[in-house]
Design a protein around this ligand. Sequence first.
Ligand code: C2O
Ligand code: CU
Length: 439
Amino acid sequence: MNRREFLITTSAAAIVPRITLAATRAELIAQPISAQILPEGEPATPMLGFNGSTPGPVVRARQGEVFDVRFLNQIGEGSAVHWHGLRSDNAMDGVPGLTQDVVEAGSEFAYRFRAPDAGTFWYHSHNRSWEQVAKGLYGPLIVDEPTPPDVDHDLIVMIDDWRMTEAGTLAEGFENMHDQAHQGRLGNFARALVEPQVTVRRGDRVRLRLINVATDRIFPVEIEGIDGKIVALDGMPLSDPHELSDFILAPAQRVDIIADVATSDQVAFVFPTRDGPYLLGEVPVAGENTERQPSVVRALPANETAQPDMGNAIPLTLTMQGGAMSRRMMQGMAGGGIWAFNGQSGLTDTPFHLFERGQTARIRLVNDTSFAHGIHLHGHHFFEVEADGDLGALRDTTLVDAGETRDIVCVFDNPGRWLLHCHMLGHQAAGMKTWVEVV
Ligand code: C2O
Ligand code: CU
């Protein structure tokens, strides 16, 4: 852990988390804040944050430890906190109406859960998330390996976009139907927020934990100035780390990279757009690390997960429907939203499927729409089935392009009621969600 992470500052306008709650006991106070989203000198933006900042503080523990988080809701409307990607207790999953009652304005909730997996996770509001997350209610949730990899810097890189007005406020219209029927609410200003803000040396070994915290935008990312490997996706280590190349982060997805600084200029996070490269953020480089011996980047220790029973996998199909430019929109869907799974928009009283604990399912995700969707399952990680039929990476959010079909394989071994939804939060708002139950 970096020394700077223990510093506490009182800067009210921070847009990077200044406080690491290194202890597993933490207090998260959701409240209105003012944040410097636009460059210094431009107006600050009224937003929502935790403990005075957006992103909220780094909540961090060691693998196997128990998080004890007292959540106080002072935003003036109901809220709840979801610990994205953590295979936690169902009662602590933070989904109002499914796993808990909404935490009313002015009240609080005690979250207490174990961190079974080491890796990069995040927390965010799960009530009216398309608006509360857009306004800033999220932060990083980091679980350290018992013996963390040997690096000089461990950096969290949260990528977000905001829809700003000329006056520096967030544009209204969080439930704009046109947005929801298309890609969702896309911002006009994007940044990579690096925490802690350090200067690195050429030759340093760094760990980068990228998190797409945007409500709806898919970010292709290029990183300039480092040489290394992708070691984990969505918090789960890759048994065979990939050579670092450009990659895509759907909303909520994470990528962990271990790499060596190979420039004396700056490490740059670049979002390639149709109008050319957009610089999201950078880490300055000064000096040289002459001590570090060159070494290969090794795989992180695997988290313990159940082996799927492929021979007895229950075959299921989840077809994404609706949105602009779709047949289905015209025909109408049960539930009346813009988006649906299998003809049903929004949650029903009965789950999409009821599993007995430990059962394996192979779910065919069929994207019968004109837009990409990042499908997220709560409480579990699943394998993406690769084109050749092999089981690929373990993820909690998978990006399925327009017209694409992808199979996922999941061992449903975590009891409870779990949401399964599109993490384009505007799509979720407009009905692209369902739930499963494990008994
Ligand atoms: Cu990131 Cu349903 O959550
Ligand atoms: Cu979607």
